[in-house]
Structure formats: C-alpha cells, structure tokens
Design a protein around this ligand. Structure first.
Ligand code: DLL
Length: 433
C-alpha cells in the first residue's frame, strides 16, 4: 500500500517541476532570513534569481556540520522563534550538539512523511506499533510517533531502555510492528529469550529499523529472530529526522528518498564534484519544503549511491543504497581506510559469532593497532579453547585479505560487549584521547 499515491508515484517530469518551484521558494527564504546563507551566496556570486533550473542548484555553496556549529544554537533558523514549535538536537560525540527547529507546518510535513515511511514498511491503520526509538532530543521516538498516529495505528511510546518491561509489553499488548535501532532489536530478543519469550509468543509482522548502519546479514538475523520482514529507514536531524528515505517491503533494495521534499546529490568528498547515478560518494541534501530549518546542499558525510531505476512497488522516487558508513567514521589504520561495516561483513560471514562487536584502535609507539572484540554464541563458547583460537585466526586472516590491515581478534563470552539502548557504539578510538 502507498500512503500518498499522487506524490509517491509521480512521473519524473511533474516531480521535477514541483522540485524547481519549491527550491526557488526555499532559496528565496534562506536568502531573506538567514544571514549565513546570504553571505555564502554573495561570496559565491549567486542570487535567488539565478536559480532557473534544477541544474542551477549546483551553483550554490555547500553547508557543513561546522557551519551549523558556528551558528549554534538558533542562528540557522529561517523562522522567528514565535513560529518555532519544536526543537530537537543531535547528540554529537564531540562538542556542542546540532540544534534544529520545526514550525507547526514542518511537524505536519514530518508526520506525513513518516506515515508514508511506515506504510512502505508494512504498517497500516489498526496496527500496534512498539516504538523503541528514544524519545527526547533525539528525533527517532517523536518522529515515528507522529507518523504512526497520523496513519491511524496505535503507538506504544515505549522509548529505549527498561528492556525487561519492554518484553512484557511485547508479549501482553501484542504489537504487530516494531520500530527500533537494529542493534537494540537484537538486544530485545536476547532479553526476551532469557525471559523464556520467543518469536512465537509475539505478533510482530514488520519492523522498521535505522539510525545506524546495518548489513544484509544483520537483516537476515533480525528477520529470523523476530520472524518478521525488516526494512531500512534513513534520516538525520539536520534534514528532518527519520523519514527522509525508506525501503519498500516489496523490493527491500534501496531506500526511496522523498524527493518532493528533499533533493539528493552524490559528490566526491575530496573534489566536491557531483557524481553520476550508481557511483558511491557522499550524500548531499537540499530541503525544499522546510520552514524553520531549511538547509542548502548539506553534506551528510554518509556514504552511498543513487539508483534511478523503476521499482516493483510503483514508487517513482530515486533509491539510495544502504549507508555503509560515514566518511568521518572511517578509520585510518596504518594508512589504510577502514569502515566498521567492512569488518562487520567479515564477522557476519563467520559461523558462531554474533553481530555484537567493537573495534578498538590504539597507538603503540608510532604504530596503529586494531583489536576486534566480537561475541560468540553460547554453543560456540562451550567449545574447546583451541577451536576458538582457530576462529580468531580465521577472522584475522579474512580481515587482512579483504582490507589489508592486521587485526588482533578477541572472541568474547556471550553478552560480554555492552549493549546500547539506542545507537550501538562500534568504535573506540583511543588515539583521539
Ligand atoms: O538517526 C534519525 C533516525 C531516527 C533515522 C530513527 C532512522 C531511524 P541523527 O541522530 O541525527 O538522526 O543521526 C543521523 O545516523 O547521518 C547516518 O550516519 C546515521 N543513520 C541514520 N539512519 C541510518 C540508516 C537519526 N538507516 C545519522 N543506515 C545519519 C545507516 C543511518 N546509517
């Protein structure tokens, strides 16, 4: 089922004409009301009147996370504060958070896009949604919440944490849809098993998972453990929150970007040149309907590619590939570029190890040292030490073959790696301390 048939299946020509009109309005809006953008446009010698076609978007300068930080907290708002009805912020591992604002109409738009997204993932009126994304400054909880209500589903605002109570609710309330980070959903099932609850005791049919990178193998694991169909949802606070793009349950191959609200581009992160469809690079977004916090050519740092091919679900919006990582998540280990997702793919291809892992990077003298800690399953853990050591060596060899870096692999007992209630912490880089 498609929530907004007209817009989600709009032919490209009609879509592009709407995009151009909305882009022009947005550019005028930021030029008139955000000093940062006015200065940037003047430096680039471009004015709102120069935006005559979608191609002209490329004349506009990029916006970076640093620009948002420099204008902390409200300097990028394009609406006066008495029109701003909601404020969210991204946690940010270093320094001040990034602060974003919404007008009443922005909240409505967000709810509509989240209703679209939830329906693409299998939800509809009458479903009960167990929403385990955190409520608060993080956009996950409230973003899903408003979309679920608009859809006419019953939403359980359970948020993150208090996992045993969540399992009780899952069993007693019979939710049919789960929304959570992929890592937390696996943790939920782990605690459920400890409590003697299995997928058979639950009514879940579909799950909508995102906010952190996850692999196809992890999807298979989640689908098996929860006995559901799992789709990937993408978003970021700076653009709106969850609901920027969603996989459809029909194809589960790439995430449809809601292009009537966001214009995507892929650029080479070094030369900043736009890249053609199919090529992997950094995802850049321009919002074209937001009022309080529009952004122009925002560099997300997320790495993916775009696919314009038609989809079996009937949606005409472009699809982005899974985000495999962020350019700033990339570790440089003895000069070699390493994404955590590449290590994850090696781990997930190894029998007996679980998707719970952590990468620890240290410096010994002048040398970077990578340690991969990964949990093994209960059955594997009871095997003899020699066998475990052989697995460690195999993983290490496979990492070396794939990435060309040496890693010390340490198998850890089941539940030996701390669980997160939101986004999993995959990397501990002690070189930065
Ligand atoms: O994570 C919004 C969200 C909430 C998305 C719930 C999906 C579900 P931020 O906290 O601002 O917002 O973090 C945004 O998380 O730039 C990506 O690096 C990463 N991310 C989000 N979704 C995915 C995904 C929310 N499906 C940052 N796959 C983004 C991979 C993702 N990475």
């Amino acid at each position: 089922m498609i929530y907004d048939m007209e817009y989600e299946t709009m032919p490209r020509e009609a879509l592009e004409s709407i995009q151009l009109r909305r882009l022009q309005t947005t550019v005028e809006r930021v030029y008139a009301s955000v000093p940062f953008y006015r200065e940037q446009f003047q430096k680039a010698e471009v004015s709102p009147a120069d935006i005559r076609s979608l191609k002209d978007l490329q004349r506009l300068p990029f916006t970076t996370k640093q620009d948002l930080r420099d204008n902390y907290p409200f300097g990028m708002f394009a609406s006066p504060m008495d029109h701003v009805v909601r404020i969210h912020a991204s946690s940010g591992t270093t320094g001040k958070p990034t602060v974003v604002g919404y007008t009443a109409r922005d909240i409505q738009t967000w709810a509509q896009l989240m209703a679209r997204a939830l329906m693409a993932g299998g939800a509809t009126r009458g479903d009960i949604i167990h929403n385990a994304y955190g409520y608060g400054l993080f956009t996950g909880g409230l973003g899903v919440h408003y979309g679920a209500e608009l859809l006419g589903a019953s939403v359980i605002p359970v948020s993150g944490g208090n996992t045993r109570r969540q399992v009780m609710i899952m069993k007693d309330f019979g939710p049919t849809i789960i929304t959570a980070t992929p890592s937390y959903s696996l943790h939920l099932m782990e605690v459920a098993e400890e409590m003697g609850v299995t997928a058979k005791d639950l009514k879940f049919k579909y799950g909508v998972f995102g906010a952190e990178p996850w692999s196809e193998t992890m999807r298979a694991e989640i689908e098996r453990k929860l006995n559901i169909t799992a789709v990937d949802i993408y978003g970021l606070s700076e653009i709106m929150g969850p609901g920027v793009a969603i996989e459809c349950k029909e194809a589960k191959r790439g995430l449809h970007i809601f292009e009537d609200h966001f214009i995507p581009e892929i650029i080479d992160p070094h030369t900043l040149e736009p890249l053609p469809y199919g090529q992997v690079g950094e995802l850049v977004f321009t919002t074209i309907t937001k009022e309080a916090f529009p952004v122009i050519r925002y560099r997300t740092r997320d790495i993916c590619s775009l696919n314009p091919e038609p989809c079996i679900c009937g949606r005409t919006h472009l699809r982005m590939s899974r985000v495999t990582g962020r350019s700033d998540d990339m570790l440089i280990i003895r000069g070699v570029n390493v994404f955590p997702s590449q290590i994850e793919s090696v781990l997930m291809d190894t029998e007996g190890v679980t998707p719970h892992y952590q990468l620890i990077v240290d410096r010994e003298g002048p040398l970077d040292v990578l340690t991969v800690r990964v949990e093994v399953s209960e059955t594997m853990f009871s095997d003899e030490v020699k066998k475990l050591q052989a697995i460690e060596r195999t993983i290490s060899k496979n990492i070396k073959e794939l990435l060309g870096v040496s890693a010390t692999v340490k198998l850890v007992e089941p539940k030996g790696i701390a669980r997160s209630e939101g986004k999993a912490v995959r990397v501990v880089d002690n070189r930065k301390l």
